[in-house]
Design a protein around this ligand. Structure first.
Ligand code: AMP
Length: 583
């Protein structure tokens, strides 16, 4: 293994990184630094966050800056404001002892005027999100004529976020003979297209395998029924007393709801998702970074570019649709040589997805059973005792209060005092687990029951309010969610709009006991129906289809009723709660 000096890092930068505690180059740095310090090169590096990639491109970039030129020489594109600020801060750290280097973060959602003023004063390194950079270029406030190095960081995320055209536009404005570096955690086809278009015989560097997660992340999953998913989350949270985790949810609503429930149940949790303003997100992120929060509940989109060290666990509250999203999620832990665990709480129907992800990442998942209340209490208890043993006592401060404390507790034996201290911290947990039912893993049988349930509901489309005519220009749609699920017009509209990617106008809504009808413009109907195909609300299959207006009005009805009555009402009520919990 080479040292930073052997890779060609200059003494003034060495001094800065030594202060940051970098002793040995990480593998991606060993590969990229000498290439970038040499002549013009195009490089594709497949590396996750946490592998040291910022310094891999950052150190040579700072070293190559010509401080006398006060125009942009290096352009770093990244997907989010958070990452933009993080990279800028890192580059400033590396440049601590280099005279005259100016790094400017350029991102949307903040004053463009102050960014324009900073540009006028002269900067050599621009770290930008694509949209804001184009805005500045179009205002002719900056030129890219002197740019000799371009970095695309988290390229796959930028494409996921729809920046393909903006990247095209920006790259077409950069001089031809530049070096270009592309960092990506995964290698989807769109990236290959960009590299073919803009790169010349690129050197490919793979840190770990393609599409493989961080090496030091363990992948485990717990299988539970939908009803137990939140309870399972709580148990996992309780099982790891020093957990510092991101919990990933699929929708904004679910994110908010899980965070609310955790807060209500006494956990240090909060959420970030698209419904929050930038300042709300900043405030939550500030609390999380400073570890005032133990749990950050997030959607995939909101967590993009999120860069926090020391995350001990990623919890997937259900699996994402794409294996690549899973790679990104789990890559948020196990950073900088530390170990981490990616936990998935899944339903039996998601087992196939586990196999897909295992194949794509070439990693094995370990199946675990939800810890029992006894095991959790024991683990927490020993953690508390350990803390009591190790706590730093501020003798000076406490000294003057001790005599009165001793006087007050004089009548208690040592054993009694210990019991009381432990109970003080511990009663809530003990009481909860004393009365909590153990979580039973679902079997294939219960899964079949749900399919039968879906069939029972399906009949309902023909049986009930489907006979009403839709408004002109609208199509009437059946959904197997009704008042028993806690549905009301507002949350049903929210539910539909959360799933359908385009905003859909929703007309008349008719809520019935076990199912409902809603109307959408005729042209939106196929999209709405298709969106819900194969979807589940927790363990329940959604049935969303065009209402069948006059079919089965007489003969079918009695049959349907019998079928519905055969279905155990109490069980249905329980199953239906899953919608209510989510919306
Ligand atoms: P990154 O992949 O750039 O987000 O880096 C992940 C973490 O590793 C950051 O906290 C860096 O400060 C740290 N880091 C980067 N390079 C080194 C190194 N050579 N030695 C120790 N830590 C490093």
């Amino acid at each position: 293994m080479k040292t930073f000096e052997q890779l060609g890092v200059a003494p003034e930068i060495m001094r800065a990184i030594q202060e940051l505690g970098f002793e040995q180059p990480m593998p991606v740095q060993e590969e990229v630094i000498p290439l970038l310090l040499a002549e013009t090169r195009d490089i594709i590096a497949l590396a996750q966050t946490g592998t040291g990639k910022t310094a891999a491109f950052g150190l040579p970039i700072i070293q190559k800056v010509d401080p006398k030129q006060r125009a942009p020489q290096t352009l770093i594109l990244c997907p989010t404001r958070e990452l933009c600020l993080q990279i800028s801060a890192d580059l400033n750290d590396y440049a601590k002892y280099v005279e005259g280097v100016k790094v400017l973060p350029v991102y949307g959602g903040s004053s463009i005027e102050s960014q324009m003023r900073a540009l006028k004063r002269g900067v050599q390194v621009i770290v930008a999100t694509p949209g804001r950079l184009i805005d500045l270029l179009n205002r002719k406030t900056m030129s890219l004529d002197l740019v000799h190095t371009v970095v695309l960081d988290e390229a796959d995320e930028m494409l996921n976020m729809g920046f393909t055209e903006s990247i095209d536009d920006i790259l077409s404005r950069v001089p031809k003979g530049r070096s270009m570096l592309l960092f990506s955690a995964t290698m989807p086809n769109e990236i290959a297209k960009i590299t073919r278009k803009y790169m010349d015989k690129p050197t490919e560097i793979v840190i770990g395998r393609k599409n493989e997660g961080a090496l030091n992340v363990k992948h485990v999953y717990y299988m539970v029924t939908a009803r137990d998913k939140y309870l399972a989350l709580k148990r996992i949270a309780d099982y790891y007393p020093n957990i510092y985790a991101i919990i990933f949810c699929r929708t904004r609503r679910e994110t908010q709801e899980i965070a609310d429930k955790l807060i209500q149940d006494g956990y240090d949790a909060d959420s970030i998702h698209g419904d929050l303003s930038q300042s709300q997100r900043d405030s939550v992120m500030g609390k999380f970074r400073s570890k005032n929060l133990q749990f950050l509940v997030a959607t995939d989109v909101a967590a993009r570019g999120l860069d926090v060290d020391d995350i001990t666990h990623i919890i997937n509250f259900g699996l994402p649709d794409e294996a690549e999203s899973y790679t990104h999620r789990s890559g948020r832990t196990g950073r900088a040589g530390k170990t981490g665990t990616s936990i998935s709480i899944i339903h039996i129907k998601e087992k196939g997805k586990i196999a897909q992800i295992e194949k794509s990442m070439n990693k094995k998942f370990e199946k675990r059973t939800i810890p029992t209340g006894d095991v959790i209490c024991e683990k927490q208890l020993f953690n508390l005792v350990d803390k009591i043993e190790k706590v730093k006592v501020n003798d000076e401060e406490i000294e003057r209060l001790l005599p009165s404390i001793f006087r007050k507790l004089d009548w208690l034996e040592k054993e009694d005092i210990i019991k009381r201290i432990v109970s003080l911290e511990f009663n809530r947990l003990l009481e909860y687990y004393q009365s909590a039912e153990e979580i039973i893993e679902p079997s294939e049988r219960s899964s079949k029951r749900n399919r039968d349930e879906s069939r029972g509901e399906r009949v309902s489309n023909r049986d009930g309010g489907g006979s009403r005519q839709a408004e002109k220009g609208f199509t009437r749609i059946f959904i197997n969610i009704g008042k028993m699920d806690g549905a009301n017009p507002a949350n049903l509209m929210g539910f539909i709009n959360d799933h359908v990617t385009e905003k859909v106008r929703i007309g008349r809504i008719d809520l019935l006991k076990n199912f409902s009808f809603f109307e959408v413009p005729q042209e939106s109907a196929p999209k709405v129906v298709n969106t819900f195909k194969g979807l589940f609300v927790e363990d329940r299959k959604l049935i969303v289809e065009v209402a069948q207006e006059s079919e089965n009005k007489s003969g079918g009805r009695s049959n349907n009723r019998t079928e519905r009555n055969n279905f155990d009402k109490k069980e249905r009520r329980q199953k239906h709660k899953s919608y209510q919990r989510n919306y």
